[in-house]
Design a protein around this ligand. Structure first.
Ligand SMILES: *Cc1c(COP(=O)(O)O)cnc(C)c1O
Length: 399
């Protein structure tokens, strides 16, 4: 790990509360299943999907499985009519098991083994992404079955993950790939990009869309077959500790830029974090405690190597709250259970005095949390408990 991981600060605790309904859900879940837990509310998945769909009415949404590859999420989104964005054979197997029709999927990993391509094709997914000629050559063997997207790179130092450092090509390289594909009789369907995860500024999408528009025009000028698809990727932001622009407002300039494209261009997106971040709550319990250098250390049964792995791999600041409220608040540390010293979740936070067994709840724990968790030191990952899996007339349980 090149950088020190982030530790949650006081901001993450201020102004956090739990509703009476949430408290009773948390308490009854821990009574039934023990701790640590992740509580997944499928109704939040539904409402986030619908919100993004309303904000991008002309765009087909392919949920990117990577941030939360859970069967209940796939099932819920399938019923909502969503499409899916796959990157690995494991993800292909997960959507296949849930009965997702292959026509509703695309495979967007820019670098693949031949076996990855064959597994996706065997399932029926035939749209793939390339960003270089070495990768393009892998598709000579499958040229009659596949349609490809060429991924462009747009650097973004502000995002949680600048996905254009590792993947994507320049507009000039894209044109070379498209020309070479014509020589090799491989169909190019369109262009794609990912402006970076948790992108706060919609202008990043606007600039990328307008550059793609120019590339599409150059394709026609060079006498190559016109491109029919633009994939604007994921990256749509959610509010952790900082407020972010509501999604409908965020998407206004994006829709304006999309309106500049020829009507024949079908636009798709690959949202991940936006759909799932708000849908999970973490619940950890205090295993033990000690006083060290004027602070009370609480050792929880979940930490950096578990559900809070996003503090290492993502840059999220999860809002935390203790079930116990009131009494005297003292400077405290929340540490994870493993014997490693980097396993600290929050330092210098003012907490009520907790007893062993008391619960600490994290909000916004749906994206890049359990997905990147480990069983290090034999501390088993938190169990995920699913709520509202049936789309009845229920209420969101998690606010
Ligand atoms: C991770 C990823 C996504 C999802 O990105 P979010 O920032 O979570 O929306 C979409 N597409 C690709 C290719 C990805 O790698």
């Amino acid at each position: 790990m090149a950088h020190a991981h982030s530790v949650l600060d006081f901001q993450s605790f201020s102004s956090q509360t739990l509703s009476a309904a949430e408290v009773s859900l948390i308490e009854s879940s821990v009574e039934q299943f023990g701790a640590p837990l992740l509580l997944l509310d499928c109704d939040v998945i539904r409402s986030q999907y619908r919100e993004l769909k309303n904000a991008l009415p002309t765009v087909t949404l392919h949920f990117a499985l990577k941030p939360l590859p859970h069967p209940a999420v796939v099932k819920t989104l399938l019923e909502e009519g969503a499409s899916f964005d796959l990157a690995t054979t494991g993800e292909v197997e997960l959507v296949a098991q849930q009965g997702v029709p292959a026509e509703r999927t695309i495979h967007t990993h820019p670098i693949k083994r031949d076996s990855d391509i064959r597994d996706a094709l065997a399932y029926g997914c035939n749209v793939f992404v390339v960003d270089n000629l070495n990768e393009l050559a892998k598709f000579k063997a499958y040229k009659d079955e596949v349609e490809l997207l060429v991924r462009l790179s747009f650097r973004n130092s502000e995002a949680f993950a600048d996905l254009s450092k590792k993947f994507g090509c320049s507009p000039e390289q894209a044109l070379t790939i498209i020309e070479t594909a014509k020589e090799w009789n491989i169909r190019i369907k369109g262009l794609s990009f990912h402006v970076g995860s948790q992108t706060m500024n919609p202008q990043k999408y606007v600039d990328a869309i307008l550059t793609c528009k120019q590339v599409m025009e150059q394709v026609v000028e060079r006498g190559l077959p016109a491109l029919s698809t633009l994939d604007i990727g994921g990256g749509f932001p959610v509010s952790y500790s900082k407020h972010v622009t509501p999604i409908d407002e965020f998407c206004v300039p994006i829709n304006e830029a999309l309106n500049e494209l020829p009507e024949t261009v079908h636009v798709i997106a690959e949202p991940g974090r936006f759909i799932v971040a708000q849908a999970m709550m973490s619940v950890a319990s205090v295993m033990g405690q000690a006083e060290r250098e004027g602070q009370i250390w609480y050792y929880l049964d979940d930490g950096i190597y578990g559900s809070f792995s996003g503090l290492m791999f993502d840059d999220a600041q999860y809002p935390l709250v203790t079930l116990k409220q009131g009494g005297e608040y003292l400077p405290s540390v929340l540490a994870g259970p493993t014997c490693d010293s980097i396993d600290v979740i929050a330092e210098n936070v003012m907490l009520p005095q907790l007893d062993n067994g008391d619960l600490v709840v994290g909000r916004m724990m749906g994206a890049y949390t359990s997905a990147t968790a480990t069983d290090f030191n034999f501390f088993k990952r938190a169990q995920t408990i699913v709520f509202n899996e049936e789309a009845a007339a229920q209420e969101r349980m998690i606010g």
